[in-house]
Write a protein that binds this ligand. Structure first.
Ligand code: ADP
Ligand code: MG
Length: 273
């Protein structure tokens, strides 16, 4: 390699770094060599480099969106067995996965007993929304309330609210497991009413609407919260049994037959071993 070329490569890399183009920085020599071999002209070379940078940039921001969403796990719809929970409206879930509800700032409420797949579905919808370029944040309701109260004490409430207002989708998981304090319920209501018609919400809950007063305390607040949440919202109801429970029962019923099989195999080993 001529000294002149080395100098310009070094300078070029310096500029690419300053311009924050990391993929062009790392790939320019490789692509240049390939383009020289394949007789690709200068504009063709630049095009290839720009395409690589854009693909990587999209991937980096998708990864960042997933990380920022703070999902408890990355459940997907492929992992959801609709036959195990036939009460869930599969057609509606498939429709929601397309993401049009986010453009319309509509919300989704998932209602059902523990273990019926509400968090799984809320996460799958959230992961999908991240893949569609949306800003998402997953919160367990109790955690969010604690965070709101702390932020208020530290005079950081406005900052937190501004962060939440930038989201396309706010997931509130497990409303109803623990009753909120008066202040907690008011702060939560504030978040829900700010989100109204601006940010889509997905709320999962084990409580039928008529019992929400138990969590939010006052009837006035419950009425106002429900009024906002249920306007322009899709309701998914899981009325089946707990998947966890069924899974555990299936394992239990498999055990005796397994040990019978061992016994009938005339093994001298202890079948419980
Ligand atoms: P919920 O939030 O309703 O209490 P989860 O979504 O946490 O229930 O589900 C409990 C566990 O069972 C999770 O590991 C979840 O992935 C799994 N699960 C629930 N329903 C299904 C289903 N229909 N298909 C596959 N896995 C399921
Ligand atoms: Mg849950």
């Amino acid at each position: 390699m001529k000294p002149q070329e080395t100098k310009s490569t070094v300078l070029l890399k310096h500029h690419l770094k300053a311009l924050k183009l990391p993929t062009m920085h790392s790939e320019c020599e490789k692509v240049a060599a390939r383009c020289a071999r394949e007789n690709v002209d200068h504009l063709g070379f630049l095009l290839q480099l720009c395409e690589l940078e854009r693909i990587d940039r999209e991937k980096r921001s998708a990864d960042r969106r997933l990380k920022d969403a703070k999902f408890p796990n990355t459940k997907t719809l492929e992992g959801f067995d609709f036959t195990a929970q036939p009460s869930i409206n599969k057609r509606l879930v498939t429709e929601l996965m397309r993401g049009a509800y986010l453009d319309q700032r509509e919300s989704v409420i998932l209602i059902g007993n523990a273990g019926t797949g509400k968090t799984h579905l809320a996460t799958a919808l959230g992961v999908q929304a991240c893949g569609q370029g949306r800003k998402v944040r997953f919160w367990q309701v109790t955690e969010l309330i604690t965070h709101l109260i702390e932020a208020r004490e530290e005079r950081q409430l406005l900052r937190l609210k501004n962060q939440l207002a930038k989201l396309d989708l706010l997931i509130l998981d497990e409303l109803g497991y623990v009753p909120a304090s008066k202040l907690g319920a008011e702060l939560l209501f504030d978040i829900i009413s700010t989100a109204y018609e601006r940010t889509s919400l997905i709320v999962t809950t084990n409580l039928p609407f008529e019992n929400w007063t138990e969590v939010l305390g006052s009837e006035r607040l419950t009425g106002a919260t429900l009024d906002r949440l249920t306007h322009r919202c899709h309701i998914l109801e899981a009325s089946g049994e707990s998947y966890r429970l069924k899974d555990a029962q299936r394992r239990q019923t498999q055990k005796p037959s397994q040990s019978r099989a061992k016994k009938s195999g005339a093994s001298s080993l202890n079948p419980e071993a």
